[in-house]
Design a binder for this molecule. Structure first.
Ligand code: GAP
Length: 443
């Protein structure tokens, strides 16, 4: 794959993300907590924009998909039925000398990668986080933080069927936090212990699952490369070997991205068969059969599940958009630019008064800023010279910058500078809202 040797490094993107307030280490003032991250002012905007793009494509634009937001904590019975208590394990090895622990599949020999000590034989480690519900911490109050949003969807499958007009095939989409006590974390936000998932459970008639699996596999690749604008040469689909399949899956394909640290999973599409619904029928005694009025048949639907991680999506969006460019002939004429699609950009437009110490310019710029803000996110910047302000906005991916200058006071026009071409045009102030709404399209 051409993207295998990427020009962009993790250091460049991590440094930008920290420097500009996209991502902070969590609890840093107390030394941090490994595998947890906090999202700063620009990070929350980017996260929301990714979620909105997913929701638009998976729910808003589909006749047969609805949304759900189920609770994060669930009782053991749910995860006993789903198989997570028995099977959601990673093989763990421990160094007999330094006591460090690793995932067995992350180490290449039986010698500790950290100190060279001898590693123990692998044992199974369940990666679900346990907690207690209520004031007494005993066996009866044990509960778990969900390791995937999917189980919350399966336990609500009947509620949704009964409260909406939908018939199989139909889907339930959910975006929310999931938790896994990963043995090792790393590569920035690639593998965390707290993360968000964007998952669709799509219920189909048994026997039509191969067809739907193929549909979603292609559709999700299309979404990444077309709607999200991720360069196709950096994305591929990889079908799982039988030995890799999760305990619930008949077939799985991963959408993989060429990260600087290797080509790895971004999203998984699984054919979960009727495994989960049947497991919950057995576990709860609830009637989760489906009666098809047309064919007069009764069956337990199969489930096709496209499941993407928000943190990995965030990382992929940043990596794919990151560029450093020469902007002139002098060695210092360089810029860092995030070539984000306008819908994903944290700020759509920036507004600058040419000089911060001229009240007439500031007042006019402020009126432009106030007129646009109700419609989309707008940044205000009046610090330093305009060239520096352009560089600052380029670095966070703002597609357009408006400068209010002395000519504005004479003829009510401003310059609009394009992030990618760096070209500037003059536009009438009264045409700006229409201009940007047209360029942005529906948000
Ligand atoms: N419900 C199916 C499921 O959870 P998965 O492949 O284990 O399948 C789906 O997870 C997606 O969630 C992955 O493709 C990845 O993007 C994200 N993900 C899983 N574990 C993660 C972790 N520890 N940190 C960040 N993202 C993770």
């Amino acid at each position: 794959m051409a993207g295998e040797e990427r020009a962009v490094s993790m250091d460049q993107v991590v440094s930008l993300a920290k420097r500009r307030g996209f991502v902070y280490g969590s609890n840093e003032i107390y030394g941090g907590l490994s595998g947890f991250w906090d999202y700063g002012p620009l990070g929350v905007e980017l996260k929301q924009n990714i979620k909105r793009a997913w929701w638009r494509a998976m729910v808003q634009m589909r006749d047969n998909v609805v949304g759900l937001d189920s609770s994060i904590i669930a009782p053991p019975a749910v995860f006993a039925a789903s198989g997570h208590l028995q099977n959601f394990n990673d093989p763990l090895v421990e160094c007999e000398k330094c006591k460090r622990r690793f995932r067995d599949d992350d180490v290449e020999s039986d010698v500790c990668p950290s100190c060279g000590g001898h590693l123990s034989p692998p044992r199974q480690f369940n990666t679900m986080f346990q907690t207690h519900v209520g004031p007494v911490a005993d066996d009866a109050s044990v509960a778990y933080l969900r390791p995937e949003t999917a189980q919350g969807t399966f336990v609500n499958y009947r509620n949704v069927l009964q409260t909406t007009p939908h018939k199989v095939p139909f889907g339930i989409a959910q975006i929310g936090k999931s938790f896994r006590n990963e043995i090792t974390t790393g590569n920035f936000i690639f593998r965390c212990r707290e993360f968000e998932q964007m998952e669709l459970e799509f219920f189909v008639k048994p026997g039509t699952d191969d067809e739907w699996f193929d549909y979603w596999r292609k559709e999700r690749f299309r979404w990444w490369t077309q709607d999200m604008g991720i360069r196709a040469e950096n994305v591929r689909i990889r079908d799982h070997e039988k030995s890799e399949l999760s305990h619930y899956s008949k077939q799985t394909s991963d959408i993989e991205y060429a990260y600087p640290f290797g080509t790895k999973e971004l999203e998984g599409i699984a054919d979960r068969t009727d495994f989960d619904l049947k497991a919950h029928i057995a576990g709860s005694g609830a009637d989760l059969d489906y009666f098809d009025e047309e064919s007069r048949e009764r069956f337990v639907p199969y489930v096709i599940e496209p499941a993407a991680g928000l943190e990995r999506s965030f990382l992929v969006v940043l990596l794919d958009a990151y560029a450093e460019e020469q902007t002139g002939t002098k060695p210092g004429d360089r810029r860092t630019v995030l070539k984000l699609g306008p819908r994903l950009a944290p700020y759509k437009v920036a507004v600058f008064p040419l000089m911060a110490n001229r009240p007439a310019l500031v007042e006019k710029a402020r009126s432009v800023y106030d007129a646009l803000r109700p419609y989309f996110t707008v940044a205000w910047d009046d610090i330093g010279n305009v060239g520096k302000r352009y560089r600052r906005q380029d670095e966070i991916g703002t597609p357009w910058a408006i400068t209010v200058d002395f000519e504005t006071l004479e003829n009510n026009t401003v310059t609009v500078r394009d992030r990618d071409s760096m070209e500037q045009d003059r536009h009438d102030v009264d045409s700006l809202l229409h201009l940007f709404l047209e360029r942005l399209g529906p948000l």
